[in-house]
Ligand binder design. Sequence first.
Ligand code: PEP
Ligand code: MG
Length: 819
Amino acid sequence: MIGDSVTLVAPFAGWLAPLDSVPDAVFAERMMGDGFAIDPVEGLLRAPAAGEVLSVPATAHAVTLRLDNGAELLLHIGLETVALGGKGFDARVEAGQRVAAGDPLIAFDLDAVAEAAKALITPVVLASEGYVLTLDATGRLVEAGASVARIARAEPREAARAASVDERFEREVIVAATHGIHARPAARIAAALRPFVAEVALVAGDRRANARSTVALLGLGVTSGSCVRIVGAGADARAAVEAVAELILSGLGEEGAAAPAAPAIVTQGPVCASPGLAIGQALQLHAADQAVPEFGKDAAAERAALDTALAGISARLAGARGAAAEIAEAHRALLDDPELLAAANAQIATGRSAGFAWRAATVEASAAIRATGDALLMERVADLKDLERQVIAALLGTAEASIPALRPHTILIAEDLLPSQFLALDTVNLAGIATAAGGPTSHVAILAASAGIPMLVAAGEGVLAVADGTPLILDADAATLTIEPGPEALAETSERLSAVRERRAREAAEAHAPCRMADGKRIEIFANLGSVTDAAAAVAAGAEGCGLLRTEFLFLDRATAPDEDEQRETYSRIAATLGERPLIVRTLDIGGDKPVPYLPMAGEENPALGLRGVRLSLARPDLMRLQLRAILRGVPAGQCRIMLPMVADLGDYRPVRTLLDEVRAELGIAEPVQLGVMIETPAAAMLAGQIAREADFLSIGTNDLTQYTLAADRGNAAVSQRVDAMHPAVLRLVREVGKGAAAAGRWAGMCGGLASDPLAAPILIGLGITELSATPASIPGLKAVVRKLDMNACVALAEKACDAASPAEVRALAREALA
Ligand code: PEP
Ligand code: MG
């Protein structure tokens, strides 16, 4: 040992190879750490250096050691040898024992193991962070005891960075210094960061600068009163970001600094956009804009070129299938948009090239959308950007976006991702996606969910600092991204992944049988739908019906309102796809966070509290009548149930009941059609018993009920952690609904997001919910959980949950009960 450097000797005679040559991605891609491999020619593994044995599994196929400089080493004889159950292996040491270099660790039967295992090649992996391994020349035969590598402590900065870049933190502050960030304040920021190892950047608008670089900070041109985001990634990111924030808020040491105009905002962590778990390596997607000439040939030629490009893309989009088809349809509508075309043609008329004109038109349209500040519309900006790139690529005759070839187990990282970029990805090798920006309801999130790719959005700018090839664990369910996980986390996650795969296969095999609890009580498991494609997926996943058809989703991206025949045709296709299964059609829930272009509404100060859902339908009985006619004509009466959104009391229900009966009479439909009420307002929950005496059924929309109960906007990222439907206050309202429905002899179901959460199922059932309408993908898992439940236990759990003090307490109770 020289200082902190330890020499490693070959643990047996064999062929020394780089880790990359191991035919197992976990080792080859250094998910566990750096190291080397030896293909043994003898059956005795010896200590490569002096140290302490940390562990030897019962199967004796591997051993971990702590060397004298503190570095931990894993020696894994062969690949997938755990499956041999210890056969052929004989451990010569035990945990806690000290060994010298060359001491025997594990003896093994070379021939027997070679025959039974996937491979004999033995990875030797440096499993601790903060050290570097230097490997001698590989590709040669070595004797046992020959020097092969050295392990030394990394430089302090490198070590700390290697130790954990999974801490990411960001904060927004208003710059109080009178002259903004000029030379002296910039130097102070850089100096303040010296004690820290984290990478820290300042982001102002669309500019970003390394906060350790005075020159880069000056380039930001930040003036007093501007808002800057401080973004950190690294072992001490939070402390580093806080130090810079404090410095900026205190006026950067400048005289006469103004007090901050607004309080600092701590941004929230990542948000799950598509559930799932993945292990992989980072790949940053940098899609640069292609340059276009400003001026073109003559206007007629440029116009013709644009028309050809648009037609070509439209034709290509027409070929999209599955979930992609609906998004392609929305894109085709944008390609045909008269305003967009008029704006592009106006540019061409001034001599601009087709590419320049198209970019200018899409940029202008995006700016107009951004100016609305509407989170849902903001996602259309991504669609426009996507089409900008596609059309320009077609005009230039170049390859579209710079989508890289993916290596197996890639976790793609991007500022944001466009639907066409997603569709160009090789999803076989794509393990997961994390975007710095983006929203969980974007088109790309829908695509990722339908392709079964876990995805996190709003992960913050810190993710953009992660180097390509960095090992990652993306746990979308837990909304975490772990950067450079340790070997234990990797091993634990890969075990979880295998268990998830096995469990899913078992659940899918059982998903088509009707769902009953262990004590025989029937619980209906239905699906939420927003398209014909969803209906097919729901049937395939074992849905017993549709508990919520969001009809506004069918016609969201359109410039004109769908007429009666078009609506009837769509409803009838969904009904046919569901076969005999019941179909609950919700009347249009427009307004609030779901505006539609074909029904412009006056601006509202609080749209969530404004003219939305049934309120709008009552204000526009013409639209309501047309939709009821289309539903009754499209869905067979025996299959059809209708449901009203955003009801507060019977005053919202009775006029629709009258209208429905009139429309039924008009169409000569004698059979009664059930009309139910969504419980989405605290008012409706408190009046559930009264409402249920007239309504045919109740279905709780927890997404809205939660935002109204907790006074926390479901679309506002700053309060997103508060919008938690497992809150005891929300559960108490669910209890009111369960009781009210039972007293009136009606059923109460749930179609809000909470219904898809298997952890919530025992509580909801205990509160009297007998129908759960969930996302198609969650149905098999939900059925599996419900089948194990017993009503008495659910009732007891539900009561405890209502008495809990926080959603976290409720979850802990549910976990305990399900365990
Ligand atoms: C709800 O609010 O829970 C619900 C199901 O309706 P939406 O999410 O469409 O508002
Ligand atoms: Mg709702």
